[in-house]
Each structure stands twice: as C-alpha cells, then as structure tokens.
Write a protein that binds this ligand. Structure first.
Ligand code: HEC
Length: 104
C-alpha cells in the first residue's frame, strides 16, 4: 500500500502553466492529498499505516513555519515523509501558496 502511494507520488504529471494558489491546488491534489487529505487533515488510515501522527496543515504549528521551511519539507522530506519528486520550483512555490489558503 505505501509503495502504491509512493509510486503515485512519483508520477507527477504536467500541470497547467498558470501559477499561484490556484495552480498550487492542482499540485496539492496530485502530490499531497493522498496523504494529507483534501483539506490538510491527514486520514487516520494513512497515519496508522505510516505509524506517525501527521500534523494538520491548517494548524498553527504548520502555518507558523516559513515558506522556506515548507519548501524544504516538500523537496527534502521530513521524518517519515519522503521528498516529493517531480515538482518544478514554481510548483513548489504554488503548493506552498495553496497551503497558506488552508489556514483558518
Ligand atoms: C506518502 C505520503 C505523503 C505525501 C504524498 C506527502 N506527505 Fe507531507 N507528510 C507525510 C508524513 C507521514 C508526515 C509526517 C512526517 C513525520 O513527522 O515523520 C508529513 C509531514 C508534512 C509536513 C510537516 C508537518 C509536520 O508534522 O511538521 C508538511 C508541511 C507536509 N508534509 C507537506 C506536504 C506537501 C505540501 C506535500 C505535497 C507536495 C506532501 N506533504 C506530500 C506524508 C506525506
């Protein structure tokens, strides 16, 4: 199962050329949603499978991180999260912009 998720992460495909949070949502839906849920709340099944608690992306703990920190997590991974491959620098910027829109 986890192999399946990782494999689907690797097949980052062509995403529209528009940028910003709108484009970031497409990146998110494609590359992050499988683990982090449609709105940043990770599914308990994924947490159980990966044996880790995943912070809600809406939470102050995540929102307090700088853009640079978030980009680093995306491109270099963190703990049990593997680096997300196949994203351009623009796509990484866009997905960070999208994460900011999840904030309550
Ligand atoms: C294969 C599942 C998976 C995918 C896909 C994934 N993540 Fe994660 N992510 C995790 C896990 C698991 C953690 C918790 C890591 C830990 O604490 O060991 C995490 C942690 C994070 C954190 C830090 C939260 C914290 O606990 O400090 C951020 C931010 C994050 N992910 C963003 C993203 C973004 C953005 C994407 C898409 C570009 C993405 N993740 C794709 C599994 C995933």
């Amino acid at each position: 199962m986890s192999r399946f998720i990782l494999a689907s992460m690797l097949t980052a495909c062509a995403i529209a050329t528009v940028s910003g949070a709108g484009a970031g949502k497409a990146v998110y839906d494609h590359s992050c949603k499988g683990c982090h849920g449609p709105d940043g709340t990770a599914s308990p099944a994924i947490e159980k499978m990966m044996k880790v608690q995943i912070k809600n992306l809406k939470s102050p703990a995540v929102q307090a991180m700088s853009d640079a920190d978030l980009k680093k997590i995306i491109t270099a991974g963190k703990g049990k999260m593997h680096p997300v491959r196949g994203l351009s620098a623009t796509q990484v910027d866009d997905v960070v912009a999208y994460i900011r829109t999840l904030k309550k």
